[in-house]
Write a protein that binds this ligand. Structure first.
Ligand SMILES: Nc1ncnc2c1ncn2[C@@H]1O[C@H](COP(=O)(O)OP(=O)(O)O)[C@@H](O)[C@H]1O
Ligand SMILES: [Mg+2]
Length: 219
């Protein structure tokens, strides 16, 4: 199993006592599956995605990544796991504005102690950004920014790709292109994908759809 959530709950502290945001989530995502998590705003989708990707930890329960309990990882091991095995794509791209497209894409490889320039250029060319290497994020359209973010997410050849509303800031055409790209990566690289969205159209690329409502999975 690529990813497994076992009785995952999350409570955020608040002055009125704890705010329960995830309630006893159980799911299993096999290697190579494209799993979508859908639900209304505030349902807890981003919180769940962050917990599955090791960016946040549950209040109770556990997440297994390739069979390993994330609670057993030291902070440094967790960073290494995210850097080398996970790719992340966000609604607002999170590109670093003071770096060029190429430098943004190279960042995770530099953190891993490599410099994968040939791979970065190949990825950017495959994503139609070969003329944009030296451009800054502010010079790109939304769809181009997301394609640059995808190249960055793929630079270290991740086992799992975590996407949080990747089309949420794009028009339907650019969003459709991003959806097709995510599906292509999933099929060609066998990358496991966890895709959070409230875009029904985008769920068509999923092998499996989980519905999250008020912090609980429903059928
Ligand atoms: N860091 C935080 N501290 C407190 N409450 C939070 C925090 N992050 C999210 N929440 C709350 O948790 C709930 C779920 O948020 P989120 O996971 O972002 O939902 P979604 O992505 O489905 O819109 C919301 O009520 C939100 O206000
Ligand atoms: Mg969200």
């Amino acid at each position: 199993m690529m990813l497994e959530a076992k009785n995952v709950s999350k409570v955020y502290p608040s002055p009125q006592g704890g705010l329960p945001v995830l309630k006893n989530i159980n799911l299993k995502i096999p290697k190579g599956e494209l799993a979508a998590i859908v639900g209304p705003s505030g349902a807890g989708k981003s919180t769940l995605l962050h917990i599955l990707g090791g960016l946040d930890s549950p209040s109770e329960g556990s997440v297994l990544f390739q069979g390993q309990d994330l609670r057993d990882f030291s902070p440094a091991q967790l960073c290494r796991m995210r850097n080398q095995k996970c790719g992340f794509i966000f609604q607002f791209y999170h590109l670093l504005p003071e770096f060029t497209v190429e430098e943004n894409v190279l960042m995770p490889s530099r953190i891993a102690g490599k410099c994968a320039q040939a791979r970065a250029r190949e990825l950017l060319s495959q994503l139609g950004l070969d003329k944009r290497l030296k451009h800054f994020p502010s010079e790109l359209s939304g769809g181009e920014k997301q394609r640059a973010a995808i190249a960055r997410a793929l630079i270290n050849q991740p086992e799992a790709l975590f996407c949080d509303e990747p089309t949420g800031n794009l028009d339907s055409r650019a969003g459709g292109e991003i959806g097709s790209l995510i599906k292509k990566i999933n099929l060609e690289q066998h990358t496991t994908v966890v895709l959070v969205t409230h875009n029904q159209e985008l769920t068509k690329i999923a092998d499996r759809v989980y519905y999250l409502r008020d912090g609980a999975l429903v059928n």
